[in-house]
Design a protein. Structure first.
Length: 216
């Protein structure tokens, strides 16, 4: 019995990514026009990588650690059950020339039942992880949005947009690090100049799904 990657989960993520890309492209054109208008009117613009701000805030880091712990425990359980089923299958294969057809069929039916239960458990754990991720990250997202509004007020920004929705933005107007500091409560109340932003690390995506148990 061998594990394979969660194709269905990847497919859903790909569909979501494609949809997000299409929406982002449309927003990019709209925001480009908005930015040109704002620049012409002398408005102050900024961008924030909202997802990075959520994941790099102190609460976001704690949420990731909690999700990883939950994921690891569920994955270990699924791996153990999958190994047990592989052992049972090997035993059935070795006994197929020894047991009666009725006894062999009974063992095969019981094995199949356990395999179906394992597949169902995988689906349940995947839903559990998604629910937990939403439960942990939604409040953090709200705090980050509030931090963005405070930074906008503190530094007199007229417009702050999500970096994910624009095709290009200069690094010197990236406020992500400043927003993370505000969300963490470590930002000084005094407005300060915004320097070039540090290179953004690979953004963390949705919580990984446990490896799908595969039928041998």
């Amino acid at each position: 019995m061998q594990s394979f990657s969660p194709t269905a989960v990847r497919l859903v993520c790909s569909i979501r990514a494609a949809s997000a890309a299409a929406i982002g492209l449309a927003l990019s054109f709209a925001l480009l026009l908005t930015s040109q208008t704002a620049a012409a009117q002398g408005m102050k613009l900024g961008v924030v990588d909202v997802q990075r701000a959520v994941m790099q805030s102190e609460d976001g880091l704690r949420a990731q650690a909690t999700l990883k712990k939950l994921f690891d425990s569920r994955q270990q359980e699924l791996t153990k059950r999958q190994a047990d089923l592989q052992k049972q299958k090997d035993d059935i294969d070795r006994q197929k020339n020894v047991l009666s057809q009725q006894a062999l069929q009974k063992k095969a039916d019981e094995w199949q039942k356990q395999m179906v239960e394992l597949q169902s458990t995988f689906v349940e754990y995947n839903k559990e992880l998604e629910k937990k991720q939403k439960e942990l990250t939604d409040p953090i997202f709200e705090r980050v949005i509030a931090a963005i509004k405070r930074v906008a007020g503190l530094d007199s920004y007229d417009i702050i947009v999500d970096r994910a929705t624009v095709a290009f933005a200069r690094t010197d107007i990236d406020l992500t690090d400043r927003v993370v500091q505000m969300a963490n409560g470590t930002l000084s109340a005094a407005p300060g100049p915004v320097g070039p932003a540090a290179p953004a690390p690979h953004a963390a995506g949705p919580a990984p799904a446990p490896a799908t148990p595969a039928k041998p």
